[in-house]
Design a protein around this ligand. Structure first.
Ligand SMILES: Cc1ncc(COP(=O)(O)O)c(C=O)c1O
Length: 362
């Protein structure tokens, strides 16, 4: 087995190619959490017809794109800020808020902590407990909030646990945070894969709360991580103004603008994606629930966290076994609170999922 100090992010195919000698074209990435259908057909067809768009600068205010995003997620264009992937927005919101002490629900995506450290802030984690299936106990969590915390970051549905907080619970959290003057950043990168998006998404709460910003991207649901298109929803006009003041102009290129307007309106593709993920989520959860080797945690997004319960088997060994067959899973040992006995994989096409399940269970 190859011992790797670093974990492999879902996008590290070049690194895998070098270490394992497997061509990146031959790897099925179960670790990037990207829609297996590939890009929207409407986008594929439309973009070539409009490729001349790159001969002019994009609209600095991105009015048409913001309106399209607003229609897509039922809000107003004034509440939308666009970014070069949600990554640019994570960074911008943190730079503006300059949190001294940020609270993060963990285990979660590592980028938040990195950005907080870059502005000199301290991160503390509120642990989602395995014995609660990694679900949040809202009342207990609220009782731990205090005035010295200035920012709260929640990934919803959460990567890597797959658990989600519904809008009703989020309202309680926002009320408590308002009292302590805590700004809440909710990363909804995976929300569109959820069975009932409306019940989980906090977008409707931005109508009443100004202490929340929601981050979304197109990398995962619209299978376009190379496009670098993300957006934030926030009704706090001062905050939006500050973001726009600080942001470099034109960080979203003209191709991404056209791509956005095409993909957000590809209803057929959106429906097909949701149906595929929903069916595979149910099927795979059932398969792994019946296994004696793994315990799956109920997923709300397009990926599933598994605990290895068979003695002597580690996440590193499973990663190694799968990658040798060209199937790349996520070894979760580098996530805080998860040790060497957790792996995560996303739902790809049914045949590929079946292949992975057989390998993991065999
Ligand atoms: C929870 C979460 N947020 C944000 C990102 C980055 O997304 P983007 O490509 O939109 O910058 C990722 C990527 O893995 C992620 O898992």
């Amino acid at each position: 087995m190859i011992k790797h100090k670093d974990h492999f992010h879902g996008s590290d195919l070049e690194k895998i190619e070098k270490i394992y000698g497997i061509k990146k074209e031959d790897i099925i990435s179960f670790s990037a959490n990207v829609n297996p259908l590939g890009i929207s057909p409407k986008l594929k067809k439309g973009i070539t017809e409009q490729i001349d768009c790159i001969s002019t600068y994009p609209d600095r205010d991105y009015r048409k794109l913001r309106q399209c995003m607003a229609d897509y997620c039922s809000t107003e264009a004034d509440n939308i800020v666009v970014g070069n992937g949600s990554t640019e927005l994570i960074s911008l919101f943190i730079q503006i808020k300059q949190p001294q002490k940020a609270l993060i629900l963990g285990p979660t995506y590592s980028e938040y902590e990195r950005e907080i450290a870059l502005v000199g802030g301290k991160t503390i984690y509120y642990p989602l407990k395995e014995e609660n299936e990694f679900k949040l106990n809202t009342e207990h969590f609220i009782s731990k909030l205090s005035e010295d915390i200035d920012m709260l970051i929640i990934c919803n549905p959460n990567n890597p646990t797959g658990t989600a907080i519904n809008a009703h619970e989020m309202r309680k959290i926002l009320d408590a945070c308002k009292e302590y003057d805590i700004f809440v950043m909710v990363d909804e990168t995976y929300v569109e894969f959820a069975e009932d998006v409306k019940s989980i998404s906090s977008v409707s709460l931005t109508r009443t709360y100004e202490n929340i910003a929601i981050l979304r991207g197109t990398s995962k649901f619209f299978a376009s991580p190379g496009l670098r298109l993300g957006y934030a929803i926030c009704s706090n006009a001062d905050m939006i103004h500050e973001i726009n003041r600080r942001k470099d102009p034109w960080t979203i290129n003209s191709i991404a603008v056209i791509a956005g307007t095409l993909m957000f309106t590809d209803e057929e593709y959106i429906k097909e994606t949701r149906e595929l993920i929903s069916a595979e989520r149910e099927r795979l959860f059932k398969i792994f629930s019946e296994s004696t080797r793994f315990k799956p945690f109920k997923p709300e997004g397009n990926f599933m966290l598994l605990k290895i319960i068979e003695d002597g088997l580690t996440s590193g060994e499973l990663f190694d076994k799968c990658i040798r067959k060209g199937l790349m899973i996520r070894d979760c040992s580098t996530f805080p609170y998860l040790g060497e006995n957790f792996i995560r994989f996303c739902f790809m096409n049914p045949e590929d999922n079946t292949k992975l399940a057989s390998l993991l269970l065999g």
